[in-house]
Ligand binder design. Sequence first.
Ligand code: UD1
Ligand code: CA
Length: 452
Amino acid sequence: MALNVVILAAGKGTRMRSDLPKVLHPIAHKSMVEHVIATAKNLGSETINLVYGYGGDKLQAKIQEQALNWVLQAEQLGTGHAVAQANDHITDDDTVLVLYGDVPLIQTSTLESLLTAKPDNGLAILTVYLDNPTGYGRIVRENGNVVGIVEQKDANSEQLAIQEVNTGIMALPGKQLKSWLGQLSSDNAQGEYYLTDVIAMAHRDGVEISTAQPQSAIEVEGANNRVQLAQLERAYQLREAEKLMLAGANLRDPNRIDIRGNVEVGMDVMIDINTVFEGEVKLGNSVTVGAGAIIINSTIADNAVIKPYSIIENAVVGEDASAGPFARLRPGAELKQDAHVGNFVEMKKSVLGKGSKAGHLTYLGDAQIGERVNIGAGTITCNYDGVNKSLTQIDDGAFIGSNSSLVAPVEIGKMATVGAGSVVTSKVEDEQLAVARGKQRNLYGWKRPVKK
Ligand code: UD1
Ligand code: CA
């Protein structure tokens, strides 16, 4: 049995009031349909068909997934018609799993239980029980067995009272599915070719029909407008927050964290409120992340502390190191073990060696800094002359006095000292003191001007 996924995504999404095709609207920075594609891949599906209608160019520009059959449904004649567009990609012994591009929270585990529930040669429908089933297709049973699905607009009053509804997600045998799709008619209240009509055909043909339920109802909810999109975003975020907590992180408030990618955490991690994580982020054991911190594609090693309102992107923070509050680590910044940057320190393509410190108001760009270096407040590496970038090297044990400008390319030797306020343009040898600034004059008898 090969798993063949058909993702329906032809809807225009008028209620989004957007130029963007509906399924490209994001949950956690990733389009809804890409979440669905990722889940389909998790299941190990051999074929994924994406049935699209509007905005094909935009969809193809955004969705990078290579192993995808792009199936155009030029006219939206119903869910059955939509699935039928993928017929050429379905072989007889496939199990066809129908998913929806605007139902992004469906979980791999739920689909696995649906596929497990599906009898050999039979079909399985994912259903939910709703207090208010209005709008949904109702699951019609006789003696407990599913015999069909009736859409809201076609249902009689007895059927309207049924609270078990069709989520739309179902797993079907390829051969029979293709035959049933060929028999669909649009003779119904909406004049559409309903996918749901294949259920009655299956029953007629004596095909076994089973059902399964999602772990949580939010998994099968779609987003038709931006209010629903925001609700799905919150539900997604809470789910991610719960994963982190179960993995060993302590979240001060699971409702005030945003994860837009993958976060790996060690044990005893502490994450304060209003933190944002993007891309691939790794937090080691006992890492602390302060309020308002933003961490993007970065690795934070054991016991490191990211203090509030720091922004860390494509950077590495070593064991026991700390950054912030209000630190900015830009791409290529690395704090080695026990290194520290404080408030208003910006680093780019720079390494701050073991035990080194830059406590305040500093720019370190294209700088290689050794161990136990002290960078005084207000130090600037002048790495850019308007055309080229150059390197600054600061060797072990050096001390850079406050408010110094180090004009690259330049090297400060081991244990060398730079006097405060210096503009250093040439190499300082090991252990030398460099003082490069105007000399102070003290004038006697000078009178402060006074107002006439
Ligand atoms: C469908 C089901 C209903 C179920 C409900 C769950 C049918 C006939 N009805 O109803 O039983 O309770 O979903 O939400 O299947 N689509 C296409 N091409 C089309 C038509 C639809 O790609 O020609 C896509 C839409 O973009 C949408 C999805 O299929 O993502 C569902 O279509 P929609 O028309 O909203 O079906 P419902 O009326 O909600
Ligand atoms: Ca719908």
